[in-house]
Design a protein around this ligand. Structure first.
Ligand SMILES: NC(=O)C1=CN([C@@H]2O[C@H](COP(=O)(O)OP(=O)(O)OC[C@H]3O[C@@H](n4cnc5c(N)ncnc54)[C@H](O)[C@@H]3O)[C@@H](O)[C@H]2O)C=CC1
Ligand SMILES: O=C(O)C(=O)CO
Length: 386
């Protein structure tokens, strides 16, 4: 018998019981659920990461849907518990769902939602912030200043890299990778090289058009290249940002051998998932190459860092905050709630998860659809005609 978990209840007499494993930003997501006759239970346990046992207790005997977090292990145990409780809907409050065993969800007929689109620009902006902070050694300089060590301007003080005219490399040019690439190309006039399993046609067109604009105004045009191997990006780029999903093909994509192919003064940014980089190999590489710099939002054993990383001056580390803007986090909560609500109400699945704006308009009711269900096809769910 699992131990009870503390909760806060909204609309106690609602017909459908929806559980959120965490408090989420904003109130729109709660109101949307309440308006559709849901009783909303929000876990108020103090600990940051809930165990599978905690979540089983939250699900209880009757539960129509759960909104969960990327820190939770959603597999056989939780999907079978949800199914036993009569639930057929789960949504991660995240676009990445490497914490979810979708096959297990399929086995129990549970729809799995995620929250694409609403975090694209916010995450890309954090990757751009880390890129600039690493290139211009902002964190080191800030520490130096606060330590009272600044005693006057010097020609060699915190000399970093100029981005303009250098090459930005993007691994995984999907929604976020492409948004980041556009920021770095347009903002800093960097040339682009990218590697993805698919062609990023819109991104290529954007860089071509921007290059033509620069040329027409008498400036050196920017260029783009789609690399046929990831190693080509590692060898050619001065700044590399990782934006693939985490799966078997991207686990330790950046390892010791690949790090050795990068330029000695290159900058590596990771705002995807920690295990995309072999972090032990990275710490060793940072030690051996003091001019190599890294900006990390995610870690292999999150929330922990591999030994030695925290001491490296050439590493900037932040606690998985890439999607942390108010608008984005409130939007993620809304999309996650609507994924669950849509399944409970028997709505179809939205036809294009890249076009989620209609769900985010606070001045209009959201469409009667689940914004993004990743296993819609496997479950044979109907698709919205809107
Ligand atoms: N740090 C943070 O707070 C955040 C992290 N993320 C992470 O970013 C990931 C990407 O998000 P989106 O851009 O929205 O997804 P997306 O699906 O639009 O883009 C992922 C891209 O990776 C590519 N890809 C897949 N396997 C690859 C491989 N082996 N080599 C190269 N490219 C490969 C895909 O073809 C796709 O273009 C999420 O899955 C999530 O893990 C997302 C949001 C916030
Ligand atoms: O949406 C995701 O995948 C995240 O990592 C949230 O920040």
């Amino acid at each position: 018998m699992a131990k009870p978990v503390s909760i806060e209840v909204w609309n106690p007499n609602g017909k459908y019981r929806v559980v959120s494993t965490k408090s989420m930003p904003g109130t729109r997501w709660i109101n949307l659920l309440i308006q559709q006759d849901c009783r909303v239970e929000i876990c108020t346990e103090k600990k940051t990461i809930l165990s599978v046992e905690d979540i089983v207790a939250l699900i209880g005997d009757k539960c129509d849907g759960v909104i969960g977090q990327l820190t939770e292990d959603w597999g056989e145990v939780l999907f079978s518990a949800l199914s036993r409780a009569g639930g057929k809907a789960f949504s991660n409050m995240a676009v990445g769902y490497n914490n979810v065993d979708v096959n297990a969800a399929n086995k129990y007929g549970v729809a799995v939602g995620n929250t694409p689109g609403v975090l694209t620009e916010t995450t890309a902006e954090l990757a751009a912030s880390l890129s600039l902070a690493a290139a211009r050694r902002i964190v080191e300089a800030d520490e130096f200043m606060r330590a009272g060590l600044y005693d006057g301007w010097l020609p060699h003080l915190f000399v970093g890299n100029l981005l303009k005219g250098q090459t930005v490399g993007v691994i995984g040019a999907g929604r976020i990778g492409s948004a980041y690439a556009r920021m770095m190309v347009e903002g800093f006039k960097m040339n682009l090289i990218y590697y993805d399993l698919y062609q990023a046609t819109r991104l290529e067109k954007f860089v071509t058009a921007y290059g033509e604009f620069l040329k027409a105004t008498g400036e050196k045009p920017v260029t783009w290249k789609r690399a046929s191997t990831m190693d080509e990006v590692l060898q050619e780029a001065d700044l590399i940002s990782l934006h693939p999903i985490l799966d078997k093909t991207t686990y330790h994509l950046v390892n010791k051998e690949r790090l050795s192919k990068m330029k000695k003064e290159a900058i590596l940014i990771n705002c995807s998932r920690g295990p995309v980089i072999d972090e032990v190999a990275l710490v060793e590489h940072l030690r051996q190459n003091p001019m190599f710099r890294v900006g990390l939002d995610v870690f292999e054993d999150e929330p922990y860092m591999k030994p030695g990383l925290a001491e490296m001056k050439n590493a900037i580390v932040v606690p998985h905050i890439a999607s942390a803007s108010k608008w984005t986090r409130e939007g993620m909560a809304t999309l996650a709630a609507l994924n669950v609500l849509g399944k409970i109400k028997g709505y179809p699945v939205w036809s294009d998860p890249n076009r989620v704006e209609p769900f985010l308009n606070e001045n209009a009711p959201p469409p009667a659809a689940s914004p993004s269900i990743v296993n819609a096809k496997a479950l044979g769910l109907p698709v919205s005609k809107l």
